[in-house]
Write a protein that binds this ligand. Structure first.
Ligand code: ZN
Length: 251
């Protein structure tokens, strides 16, 4: 099976459409989405519809939950809070229903999907240091944990026997496919595909990953999209200028 791993689309229809076009050439069997489909950008409903039309398996992110009132926005910065308020007014009843159905974690062998950390999925902790990564991979019951939330692509190989990180690759990731071992007794992997709609590693191109479970290969990919169009819509919607400006620098 070939899986497309998408995360943190953040209502960016221009980025999502470009990624979906790129997937058409990739013979992908299934799309897995790690949450934050909405929030920040100007097209929440269209992004939700695209994922539903492709029967993407999707877990809920902090923005998805905040926009339907299931997560307090006190921990959000001003721009994020303003975007949550704006997004709430755009959602149809069907959108709210779809968002309510997003689980916090789901298993699609050999993957466990989560937005933040696996130990406490409802807290949406950021996996930014080695100790948190080890904690999540120790908690994970499948070979591969797929996580988003940081908007930073990464690939981690964890040796369960010796409890050490054997490989921890961050952006810029190698262009060539990465291999993984299918020995769950020994290895655990963490894959963060980066963000489709709001990359933060200094590369403004939309980020995603493809996992081929027959060949046991992961490829991290970037595609340029129409950033100016996404920015124009954010400004026209009256969303904070910061949310438009950051898209062209990828920070
Ligand atoms: Zn996000």
């Amino acid at each position: 099976m070939r899986y497309a791993i998408l995360s943190d689309i953040h209502s960016n229809l221009e980025a999502l459409s470009t990624v979906l076009d790129a997937l058409a050439a990739e013979r992908v069997d299934r799309i897995l989405c790690l949450g934050d489909v909405i929030g920040y950008g100007a097209d929440p409903t269209a992004c939700l519809e695209h994922l539903q039309a492709r029967e993407a398996v999707t877990v809920g992110g902090n923005h998805d939950l905040a926009c339907i009132g299931k997560l307090d926005v006190n921990g959000f910065n001003d721009a994020a809070r303003a975007a949550v308020r704006w997004t709430r007014n755009q959602l149809s009843i069907a959108d709210v229903d779809a968002l309510r159905r997003f689980p916090l974690t789901v298993t699609v062998e050999p993957f466990t999907l989560v937005h933040g950390s696996l130990r406490h999925p409802q807290r949406f902790d950021y996996l930014v240091d080695a100790a948190q990564v080890v904690d999540t991979l120790t908690t994970c019951r499948t070979l591969i944990c797929l996580a988003g939330h940081t908007h930073l692509p990464c690939f981690v190989e964890f040796d369960r026997v010796h409890r050490r990180l054997a490989r921890m690759l961050t952006s810029p990731l190698p262009m060539a496919d990465l291999a993984y071992e299918e020995v769950p007794e020994t290895w655990r992997y963490l894959i963060n595909p980066g963000s489709v709609g709001q990359p933060r590693d200094g590369d403004p191109r939309a980020s995603f990953a493809i996992v081929d479970t027959e060949r046991r290969r992961v490829s991290f990919q970037r595609v340029p999209y129409d950033v100016a169009a996404a920015q124009r819509k954010i400004r026209q919607a009256g969303l904070p200028e910061f949310l438009a400006a950051r898209l062209e620098v990828g920070r």
